[in-house]
Design a protein around this ligand. Structure first.
Ligand code: KG4
Ligand code: ZN
Length: 339
């Protein structure tokens, strides 16, 4: 079953064709980073407009690279939420119209659960059940995954997402946008024990996270300094901040595995690219007899192959989204699977 996936929840317009939820036939991602960089963050209206420009060429390229004509597809999957409403609407409306015109079954999928499906697209897919740590620019959550369409949320961030904290701290340090990857780079030269930043919720009996207090602690640290930090001090601050985030993520992910009795842990989402997080998670998990599975780097950030993979399982289970369905910007309160 060949599924066309479409993703437009934030600042990437993406389309992909995936066979049977496992084999990526094509994956095209048009990034808007250059458009948003002058503003140090994503400008929702600019994102929507760029999605409108990009969606047709991106889908056309995805079909061409898969070597398929539209009538050789078996279904369409599209991100329904959470994300920026205007941005979501572009991909969602396009997918609806495309599926209707081509007479194809279609389904709207949850963006966070789609990130988890990225782990099935590489050579390192975990066996069920497993725990997934989903860390991106917009969300941070832990899932207990018992099947391709069975993900139970264990906890989520109560304020900022981990990637958001990376981006905001990078902005404070004037490192540019998006900042996660720059912090990753300069932190490698720094001393993670130089500044004792807080580890929010580390020892509390919850799988929820909170990163806004940590971000504020970095701001206070910078404000109380007599002068702007030197390059060496910047590296130490970046490393100390990163270590605090990594400590919390690693400790909670392993605790979740322990509580659920899982020996497999998936690390997914854009922040899964972070080298310190990958290394610490692997080392600490191994010491507990837990194996860590990470998708290929190109599938960690936003892409449509993960959307097609998530949609495949829903379509195969007979689920369909109705033509009058709408997008959603956020889950009502707790993370819940999309209808
Ligand atoms: O999954 P993603 O591409 O988009 C969302 O769904 O949000 O994640 C983007 C986030 C950004 O916050 C970015 O700074 C962060 O992932 N990120 C990183 C690294 N690479 C990307 N954060 C820390 N270290 C990295 N190497
Ligand atoms: Zn994402």
């Amino acid at each position: 079953m060949k599924v066309l996936g479409i993703e437009s929840s934030c600042d990437e317009t993406a389309a992909a064709v995936v066979a049977d939820g496992r084999t990526v036939l094509s994956s095209v991602v048009a990034s808007q980073v250059a458009i948003h960089r002058p503003y140090d963050g994503v400008v929702p209206e600019l994102a929507s407009r760029q999605h409108i420009r990009a969606v047709v060429p991106v889908v056309t390229r995805a079909l061409a690279e898969a070597g398929l004509a539209a009538n050789e597809l078996d279904g369409v999957a599209v991100t329904r939420g959470p994300g920026l409403i205007g941005a979501l609407l572009v991909g969602f409306s396009f997918a609806k119209a495309y599926a209707w015109a081509m007479g194809l079954p279609w389904v709207g999928v949850d963006h966070l659960q789609a990130h988890v499906h990225a782990v099935f697209l590489g050579d390192d897919a975990p066996a069920f059940p497993f725990v997934a740590l989903m860390v991106s620019g917009g969300h941070t959550c832990l899932y207990h995954v018992t099947g391709p369409t069975a993900m139970t949320p264990l906890g989520q961030t109560r304020d900022d997402a981990a990637g958001e904290a990376f981006d905001k701290v990078a902005k404070m340090l004037e490192l540019g946008y998006p900042g996660g990857v720059v912090i990753d780079r300069i932190a490698a030269e720094g001393d993670p024990a130089r500044v004792a930043f807080p580890r929010p919720f580390l020892n509390q009996n919850t799988f929820d996270f909170s990163f806004s207090g940590l971000k504020s602690a970095v701001r206070r640290h910078l404000e109380t300094r007599p002068a702007a930090p030197s390059a060496e001090e910047m590296a130490d601050i970046a490393a100390s901040f990163q270590e605090a985030v990594v400590d919390v993520l690693v400790t909670k992910a392993i605790a979740a595995c322990r509580r659920q009795g899982c020996r497999n842990l998936a690390l997914v989402g854009g922040v899964a690219a972070n080298r310190r997080l990958r290394t610490r998670l692997k080392t600490d998990a191994q010491a507990e007899g837990i194996t860590v599975h990470i998708p290929p780097p190109v599938l960690c950030g936003d892409n449509a192959a993960m959307v097609a993979a998530a949609g495949y399982h829903q379509l195969a289970a007979g689920r369909r989204t109705s033509l009058d369905a709408d997008v959603f910007s956020r889950h009502p309160s707790r993370i819940a699977p999309a209808a």
